[in-house]
Design a protein around this ligand. Structure first.
Ligand code: NAI
Length: 434
């Protein structure tokens, strides 16, 4: 089948630098470090062969090494062609973990890298667990290697877009294994998607363009979790933010948070920056490109690059692309320049380094708990999509409080009885929305 390649990274000599940053990140990832401590004797992932496909960053390196410390064999690829931090990949390769990821790979290399992760070591043993972000690894296995699925105990999925794909499969009867939706743990989507983007959205624009943000007019398309964080990010930088939405509830939330809600057509001519956060396709199209003013910046922070009609810019209009630096391109439409970041791919990982470690520790603690649960108790589950139970969601949060010096109030017995919960939690009913 596929010959064994021990790893492929841009430059293995970056490993020492990567290792130093991994050690710094560990101090900011208390959830993952607590799981290492809790499970180091038990080795709950022993025997598992986890293929992972998730942005190969410093934070992900801490996740990978946590899975290994819990007994797993791990192979890794990145779920985006621009999101790898080459020093993180090098450190993981130097630690003897098969990783196939470098920043700026092409689409063909992207598929090649995912494919490498399906078989382990010289013996070419196939994967028996999937850890995915966006569903590209899942699709590769289910659609191109269906013979491998019977040996896989389960999969855990990191992001909104990947979770959509899984529910779609359940509807069509094409999900051949149990799956855990990590995204919709409260301690994932209400933290990573929101507070993560609140830090990393502006970070991306600054690193890519150095443009002054205060006073600029920014349009944020979509006001879900990522949109809320992104809008807050630009507001925090002093920009004037307008939101577009299709869902009246999210539109009203944006209004209550003090943002104007408008149609894209109404605001695009005055926008200095337009950023998409919808997880939907074809948000910024020809008519918007034509209406934009000179030097407007256009980018996307959703999972896939189809939120912006790059095909029109790159082909149909006639290619006017002029690279300013990697992941920053100038196009000229009707005599006006448009700056496109990360070729329309998720900008915070393409032009910056993604979310900070602390918030990713919340997400990845959920990922690790999901992998343990599916590996140990797969037979308790149907071929369906599940969420982690609320007591684990609360546990993830609890593991992150001490780092911030928070004091958590303990319920008294009679208080717990009065509000109908137990002293140990869970503290909220399933229908509570946070
Ligand atoms: P969400 O479902 O909470 O929010 C998306 C929002 O966009 C919804 O409120 C929806 O009503 C709105 N929307 C849909 N079509 C629209 C249209 N045509 N115009 C305006 N608004 C529209 O999803 P979430 O969690 O915010 O994720 C959004 C995307 O970001 C997904 O692709 C997800 O995978 C990705 N993501 C990216 C992260 C990053 O670091 N870059 C982190 C987490 C998620």
């Amino acid at each position: 089948t596929i010959p064994f390649v021990p790893f492929k990274v841009k430059d293995i000599s970056l490993a020492d630098w990567g290792r130093k940053e991994i050690e710094l990140a560990e101090a900011e990832m208390p959830g993952l470090m607590a799981l290492r401590e809790e499970y180091k004797e038990e080795q709950p992932l022993k025997g598992s062969r986890i293929a992972g496909c998730l942005h190969m960053t410093i934070q992900t390196a801490v996740l990978i090494e946590t899975l290994v410390e819990l007994g797993a064999d791990v192979t890794w690829s990145s779920c985006n062609i621009f999101s790898t931090q080459d020093h993180a990949a090098a450190a993981i390769a130097a630690a003897g973990i098969p990783v196939y990821a470098w920043k700026g790979m092409n689409e063909e290399e992207f598929d090649w890298a995912i494919e490498q992760t399906l078989f382990f070591g010289e013996d070419r043993e196939p994967l028996n667990m999937i850890l995915d972000d966006g569903g590209d690894l899942t699709n590769m296995v289910l659609d191109r290697y269906p013979e491998l699925t019977s040996g896989i105990k389960g999969l855990s999925e990191e992001t909104t877009t990947g979770v959509h794909r899984l529910y779609e499969r359940v509807k069509n009867g094409t999900l051949p294994m149990p799956a855990i939706n990590v995204n919709d743990s409260v301690t994932k989507s209400k933290f990573d998607n929101k507070y993560g983007c609140k830090e990393s959205a502006v970070d991306a624009i600054r690193r890519a363009t150095d443009t002054m943000l205060a006073g600029k007019k920014v349009v944020v398309a979509g006001y879900g979790d990522v949109g809320k964080g992104t809008a807050a990010s630009f507001r925090g930088a002093g920009a004037i933010v307008t939101v577009t939405e299709i869902d009246p509830i999210c539109a009203l939330q944006a209004c209550m948070d003090g943002f104007e809600v408008k149609k894209l057509e109404s605001v695009v001519p005055n926008a200095d920056i337009v950023i998409t956060t919808t997880g939907n396709k074809d948000i910024i199209r020809e008519e918007h490109f034509r209406a934009l003013k000179d030097k407007a910046i256009v980018c996307n922070i959703g999972h896939f690059d189809n939120e912006i009609d790059m095909a029109w810019l790159n082909g149909e209009y006639g290619n006017t692309k002029d690279e300013i630096k990697p992941q920053v391109d100038k196009y000229t439409v009707e005599g006006k320049d448009i700056i496109i970041l990360a070729e329309g791919r998720l900008v915070n990982l393409g032009c910056a380094t993604g979310h900070p470690s602390f918030v990713m520790s919340n997400s990845f603690t959920n990922q690790t708990l999901a992998q343990i649960e599916l590996w140990k108790n797969s037979s308790n589950y149907e071929n369906d999509v599940y969420m982690l139970p609320k007591h684990l969601d609360e546990k993830v949060a609890k593991l992150h409080l001490a780092r911030l010096g928070a004091e958590l109030t303990e319920l008294r017995q009679d208080q717990a009885a009065y509000i109908g919960v137990t002293v140990e939690g869970p503290y909220k009913p399933e229908y509570y929305r946070y």
